[in-house]
Design a protein around this ligand. Sequence first.
Ligand code: IVH
Length: 698
Amino acid sequence: MYSPDQTKKLQQLSISLLKQDEKHPDQKNLNDLREVLRFHEHRYYILNDPLIADQEYDKLFKTVEKIEQEHPDLVTPDSPTQRVSKGLTKDFPPAPHLVPMLSLDNSYNEDDLRDWDRRVRELAKTDNIVYCIEPKFDGASISLIYENDLLSRGATRGNGVTGDDITTNIKQIRSVPLSAKFSDYGIQQIEIRGEVLINKTNFKKYNEQLAEQNLPPLANPRNAAAGTLRIKDPKEVGKRNLEAFLYHVSYFTLTPKHTLPEALQSHSGSLQMLWDLGFRSPMKEAKKFNGIEAIIQYCNDFEAHRDDLPYEIDGMVIKVDSIDMQDQLGMTTHHPRWAIAFKFKARQGTSKLRSVEYQVGRTGSVTPVAKIDPVSIGGVTVSSISLFNEDVIREKDLKIGDMVLVERAGDVIPYIVKPLAELRTGGETEIVFPTECPVCGHPLDKPEGEAVWRCNNINCEAQVVERIIHFTSKDAMDIRGLGDANIRKFFELKFLKDLPGIYELPFDQIRAREGFGEKSITNLQTAIEASKSQPLHRLIFALGIRYVGETTAKTLAHAVKYLPDLQNFSLEELQQLEDIGPKVAGSVYSFFHNWDSLEMLKKLESLGLQLKNEQKEIGSEGNLVGQTFLLTGTLPTLKRSEAEELIETNGGKIVGSVSSKLNYLIVGEDAGSKLEKAKKIPTVKIITESEFLQMVNR
Ligand code: IVH
């Protein structure tokens, strides 16, 4: 099967791949890795004559698993990781959902609910609507597939399209039956959705155990549940006593000759069915109502008693009960129109504002950060809170020494709601925003109409360091091994003073310092070398030009063959590029008309960076070979750049406009004129993101 030449080549390739850092694998190597794994499997399983050690095989295997975990879209059905129970797999393989796992639209007050009810009635063209309401469980969402009555797969939500296959861990949850008589309902295959939780008592017990072992406690039950699902030791998962509520049937097929069972014609019917089959559905908690006012009443009653429940809930979910009507209402790209979440009031706490510190960002923006006495809010300790800008401080009339009300918005980012003015003692002091940069002393400037104070000294150390951090970050030049801490350290030691300096690091001096092993130095050198051939759009993004995000960077890269050519674009010409307005154009224009920036580009080029726009490599294999694509609107799960990458790696080509040369237009929400144009050309197929993903995985 493999000629001696191929064998030699693949063995050499294995050796070079084994030298890579498995913790930070390069996705560029994915195909090579797979090729060598297949080769070694053949040596081992077929020829019985392995050429590498088992541990080396494992290392390569794990590297592939890691890349695939980070880029689920790159998983192919023939990847060595996709073999069933070969006994070598340790990570969670990807689990594509049968239908995308959408999220719910949120409402925060009674009027939001009334508006939603009105829209539902208008769309359904009837006032006679039965709603079913149940708790919104605050845990980790899961999807379960049962085939022929057996649990065949349990998965996390992941990115909504593909999750992680956590079947073994799911099997540790005792409230999930391993088999259920779906066949009694004529169901052959079914996908059900639910939430995994850890109840408050078990959560507390578990944290006590951690404390006994001097380990830090887990922040909240939600994180504890989500974290537990990802533990690689199923026994440990079993010990944590997870629970699962199943509340939604997302997909099913019937056995031949069976007609749709009544249970599947209403949401309440499916909750009843799940309950009868041995699942813990919220059948007991759910209630049906005829009008929105009764729903509102039920929400308020439930909220008043939320703390009496043994587990955390963060709201209620209201669903149209009839499945026919649900289908009629359909969904937006993000959420079903037939359901809405009613979010309970966020968790709040109070604390004392001790001081305000000022952080200088990479564009010179000065952000005030409040330092408060640590306070625990909904299980998370908060001590530092961004105040965004000076106006926020003034509008809220904050003073040092104030007692402040703190809330965790969206349950994650904490913010100060207001000072508790009634508790003031008179000893509070004004917050004085600095007039000079706290790092370099340069006078701060606030342009007309902007809220943010800036340090305009582009050589300000804080900015330089932040720029270098941005340059090396994952979505930019992706120089692993040169993390924030090293950058700060190298800067302090004067080993690194600007972006080109990354490519001239004094490795001899670094080597002489404690804490830098030969291996980490080699890895760093490899990563720096590899970054030189990053595609042009990444370099443009990495430069940190104000307002130039990943999408704009791609637009700019598409517009030129050689980066410095952007000097020749007038403001008007820049604005003619897709999605570039006056603000972005102005910023790009000044960057390319600034002597320092141009000198820096020259320097980077002389150090070996790629400023030419290499024609992107279009895969010669894949399901999309020979097809042309164009995107319009916002896709539900994929970023535009991700979709473009998927098209190209699968052999498809992206074209610039709608014409008879276009095969597929992928449409998202708020699609523009391209859609209208495409509708007029009969040969152009108009598809959704999920249809596109199906094409890719076919
Ligand atoms: S229904 C297609 N019901 O909330 C609609 N979701 O913010 C499927 N959640 O991703 C969701 N309790 O993880 C539904 N009773 C409940 C829920 C619930 C919690 C979660 C779910 C969803 C998220 C949306």
